[in-house]
Design a protein around this ligand. Structure first.
Ligand SMILES: C[S@@+](CC[C@H](N)C(=O)[O-])C[C@H]1O[C@@H](n2cnc3c(N)ncnc32)[C@H](O)[C@@H]1O
Length: 280
């Protein structure tokens, strides 16, 4: 299992990413010396639907201010900063990719959120946290890299307090059909472990969760990428640079990754799905 992890971390590791993010924002007139978390939202939410998707998920959790929230696979920290800011949660992010942990830490410092967010390197399948450490947990677009959903669920159940909510927003398989790589989460099929909502539900219930809500977000996802395409086309037509977006964190072949994902979404093979789980 752990043998796939170094390759997955290399897939995500992009050289000079923080400087690229800051340069792209500076280009649009953002004052980097006075960066606010909101300035980053076009580029630090590495999942379909950006900050709107994060908000839609978090709103279902009814977090109390000061809640201890775990963000599993926290990327460069956009969702963690959003929840710290909007819900007043104290967020711990864990991520496999060391450079993302470093960037997330640095961006939180730059945006004045170092006291409300912290990021550690580690695997979702073997988390370095004590039992019952957190009030709630989220995972956004990470399960596609996890070969063992049962372990994800049992590890999350272990670190949550009784009654804790676990909000999942992952790309799942809705029907059979071939996938074309690269995808945003995988260079090739050796690092992709997309599962069905059924797989998630049964892993969750076996770990002691009950499912309190479930919502497929396929139409929302297709609309999200259509809006991005329209923005790019408008910029090109007007001879402007396209505005920075989620493609920035996907590296050089971002367009191919997005095109392959869009084809699978439009074919109804894949869709992001929200699952709200409660422990006990
Ligand atoms: C598509 S990004 C999503 C990042 C973040 N959740 C967000 O929505 O902005 C997937 C993230 O999962 C992380 N990841 C992949 N496998 C992991 C594992 N076994 N444990 C922890 N993080 C993992 C990657 O390093 C990457 O940051």
């Amino acid at each position: 299992m752990a043998t796939v992890e170094p390759g997955i971390a290399r897939h995500y590791d992009i050289s000079g990413l923080e400087q690229r993010i800051l340069a792209a924002l500076a280009d649009t007139g953002v004052e980097i010396a006075h960066l606010r978390a909101g300035d980053l939202e076009a580029v630090d939410e590495f999942h379909i639907g950006g900050v709107a998707a994060t908000k839609a998920l978090i709103d279902q959790m009814r977090l109390k201010p000061g809640a201890e929230l775990l963000d599993i696979g926290s990327g460069v920290g956009g969702p963690a900063r959003f929840v710290a800011n909007s819900a007043g949660a104290d967020v711990t992010g864990i991520d496999l990719t060391q450079s993302y942990v470093d960037i997330a830490t640095s961006l939180s410092k730059r945006t004045g959120l170092a006291g409300k967010t912290r990021f550690v390197q580690g695997s979702a399948l073997d988390m370095p946290f004590k039992d019952a450490s957190f009030d709630a947990a989220v995972i956004l677009h990470v399960g596609m890299n996890l070969p063992d959903k049962a372990k994800l669920m049992s590890e999350t159940a272990r670190v949550l307090k009784p009654g804790g909510v676990f909000a999942v927003y992952d790309v799942m398989r809705l029907k059979a059909g071939a996938l074309t790589y690269p995808l945003p989460w995988a260079t090739d099929e050796t690092m992709s472990f997309v599962a069905t909502p059924d797989d998630y539900r049964s892993a969750a219930t076996n770990a002691g969760f009950s499912v309190t809500a479930e919502r497929p977000r396929g139409a929302f996802a297709i609309e999200f990428f259509a809006t991005i395409r329209a923005r790019m086309a408008a910029a090109q037509a007007e001879g402007r640079k396209p505005p920075p977006g989620v493609g920035l964190v996907m590296g050089e072949n971002a367009r191919t990754k997005i095109a392959n994902l869009t084809a699978a979404l439009e074919g109804g093979i894949l869709a992001p799905v929200e699952l709200i789980l409660r422990l006990g």
